[in-house]
Design a protein around this ligand. Structure first.
Ligand code: NI
Length: 171
């Protein structure tokens, strides 16, 4: 397994739309393994392939406290969403140190393929529901900061650009 570099907002590649996975083969399983290793190493709870510059519909998630509940969603589709909405603080490995409130469906049902290519249904609520919606947005080229006001978004964009310039001058 290997750690993959994570794209940082406002990298334009975060806005690419991911293609469906044609076959769940060893290449995809290797990607899934590398994504889990990358997500756990970064202490994240979810990672979409888009964030590691692979534009295929693959998501890994683990919202458990002890990092013992890995969930793989390949070609995920929302088949049901609750009318009830909830607002929670979100963060993203592509927008480090930034957290803000986003409104999401409180419950969703997702149909996807697992790492063996079998169809599975996941009923998610609370944090898992938020995470599924956040990661599925990534596959559509959408980063959570795009739900915030233009003022906030511009401030975040400037902060991220300044930080990447600072990182380069140190390197
Ligand atoms: Ni994210």
């Amino acid at each position: 397994m290997s750690l993959l570099p994570i794209l940082r907002y406002p990298d334009a590649r975060l806005h690419k739309i991911a293609k469906p996975v044609a076959v769940v083969d060893d290449r995809i399983r290797r990607l899934v393994d590398d994504m889990f290793e990358t997500m756990y190493a970064s202490r994240g709870i979810g990672l979409a392939a888009t964030q590691v510059d692979v534009h295929e519909r693959v998501i890994v998630i683990d919202v458990s406290e002890d990092r013992s509940d890995p969930l793989v969603l390949i070609n995920p589709k929302l088949v049901a969403v609750s009318d009830e909405m909830m607002v929670g603080d979100e963060g993203c490995l592509s927008v480090p140190t930034i957290y803000d409130k986003v409104e999401r469906h409180a419950r969703v049902t997702v149909e996807a393929l697992d790492r063996d290519g079998r169809t599975c249904h996941v009923e998610a609520e609370d944090l898992l529901a938020v995470c599924v919606q956040h990661e599925m947005d990534h596959l559509m080229g959408k980063v959570f900061v795009e739900y915030l006001s233009p003022l906030k978004r511009n401030r975040i964009r400037s902060k991220m650009l300044k930080r990447s310039r600072d990182d380069e001058s140190v390197a």
